[in-house]
Write a protein that binds this ligand. Structure first.
Ligand SMILES: C[S@@+](CC[C@H](N)C(=O)[O-])C[C@H]1O[C@@H](n2cnc3c(N)ncnc32)[C@H](O)[C@@H]1O
Length: 221
């Protein structure tokens, strides 16, 4: 059985003002983001009944409302600036939190040990999305599910794709690695899950045009 070292927090980060900005941004805008993404999150996180859920890139807790009552949340979140908000909000919601300050490329969890892994707006940002999905698949029990809502590359030759390319560098700097034109559809489909249900959509009347090519889905191990 494989399990990475829990004490190895070398992938945790704090980029000072930029990390502080991101913690502020997601704390300030998460109601708005949840509003425009509501249809997608309702669909992806529906019937989440497991008493233990792993969330990768949990941020300041945008998805807490989707967790069942009495749930134990194992939050994998490498940004130290996100931790106070996440701890405060899980405490207020009465959610039992285990916070793992790690990048999800190496999950400090045993093989086949969880039933549900969720994430939103994270595969755009992680350093190595294929490695993250390999780890997600490793820690899921057979039949376990990975539920996701992500922004992805806009269709080729569309004005939005042009915009994504034009601003990708400053965007990645400001949002700590967020890559606007990532082909996450292919990454999920190639990750070796037994079944993948995936829909391509748009957020509802979103002001965030560069990130308005969206997928949500459920991949079953
Ligand atoms: C765009 S934010 C989304 C936060 C939250 N999921 C939400 O929907 O508001 C991306 C999150 O992924 C986290 N992240 C960055 N690199 C990561 C990695 N390698 N593994 C896991 N999470 C990571 C960031 O710290 C940040 O909290």
């Amino acid at each position: 059985m494989k399990q990475h070292d829990l004490s190895d927090t070398s992938t945790a980060f704090d980029h000072g003002a930029v990390s502080r900005f991101n913690a502020w941004f997601f704390r300030t805008f998460d109601r708005y983001i949840n509003h425009i993404a509501r249809r997608h999150k309702d669909a992806a996180f529906t019937d989440l009944t497991s008493r233990e859920v792993v969330e990768i890139g949990a941020g300041v807790g945008a998805n807490l409302a989707y967790l069942p009552d009495g749930c134990h949340l194992i939050a994998v979140e490498p940004s130290r600036r996100m931790h106070p908000g996440l701890q405060e909000r899980t405490a207020a919601a009465g959610i039992d939190l285990s916070l793992l300050p790690h990048g999800a490329e190496r999950l400090p969890l045993p093989d086949a040990s969880v039933d549900e892994v969720i994430c939103s707006l994270v595969l755009c940002t992680v350093r190595d999305p294929s490695a993250v999905l390999a780890e997600v698949r490793r820690v899921l029990r057979p039949g376990g599910r990975f539920r996701f809502v992500e922004h992805v590359a806009a269709p080729p030759w569309s004005p939005r794709r042009w915009l994504q390319r034009a601003i990708r560098r400053p965007w990645a700097w400001l949002f700590e690695g967020c890559t606007l034109d990532r082909d996450t559809v292919t990454t999920v489909r190639d990750a070796g899950f037994a079944q993948v249900t995936l829909r391509r959509e748009r957020f509802r009347r979103s002001a965030f045009i560069p990130v308005n090519s969206v997928i949500w889905g459920i991949a079953t191990r």
